[in-house]
Design a protein around this ligand. Structure first.
Ligand SMILES: [Ca+2]
Length: 165
């Protein structure tokens, strides 16, 4: 009874029909999507002469298993608005560093800087994106750029579902 009341509270459409209830339960279960991952403990990655997809290997959270560490790709399990955030870090002076955020094959934002500081430099960005079910989002290291991470988790990528559509 408590569960039903909760369901009606969360989803007013749920009170009338069993199918609605099942549908809403499904949406509710699917909507638990949140991930946060760190790049590596191995130090500097790059520079390479082509773009590469960054495979974040350190998993902090991965509700819904939507982030695939082997491919380095987040896949939307349902249509909705998602929020993504990322940071980038460099210890390599006189080198470009940073990432490109991709939505499917489209570049969404280019986030780079030239490390002309004495030691460290960093970038960060975050934005909501409207995704269809099955759309992918990932971070790419541009050619001739570097990126750095270590056990302090200086380079992280995270995202979560704000609301389904
Ligand atoms: Ca700079």
């Amino acid at each position: 009874v408590y569960y039903n009341s909760l369901l009606v509270l969360l989803f007013p459409c749920c009170h009338s029909h069993l199918h609605y209830k099942l549908f809403c339960c499904l949406i509710y279960a699917e909507s638990k999507v949140a991930f946060s991952v760190g790049l590596t403990d191995a130090g500097t990655i790059g520079p390479f002469n082509t773009e590469i997809t960054l495979k974040f290997s350190k998993v902090f959270t991965n509700f819904g298993q939507a982030y695939n560490t082997h491919a380095g790709v987040f896949t939307a399990p349902l249509r909705g608005v998602y929020y993504f955030r990322f940071t980038g870090f460099s210890v390599k002076t006189n080198h470009w560093f940073g990432v490109i955020l991709y939505h499917n094959n489209k570049r969404v934002s280019w986030n780079t800087d030239y490390n002309d500081d004495v030691f460290y430099a960093s970038i960060s960005n975050g934005l909501p994106l409207e995704l269809e079910k099955g759309d992918v989002v990932y971070l790419v290291l541009p050619s001739n750029h570097v990126k750095y991470d270590d056990s302090f988790n200086r380079t992280v990528f995270s995202g979560f579902l704000i609301f389904p559509l």
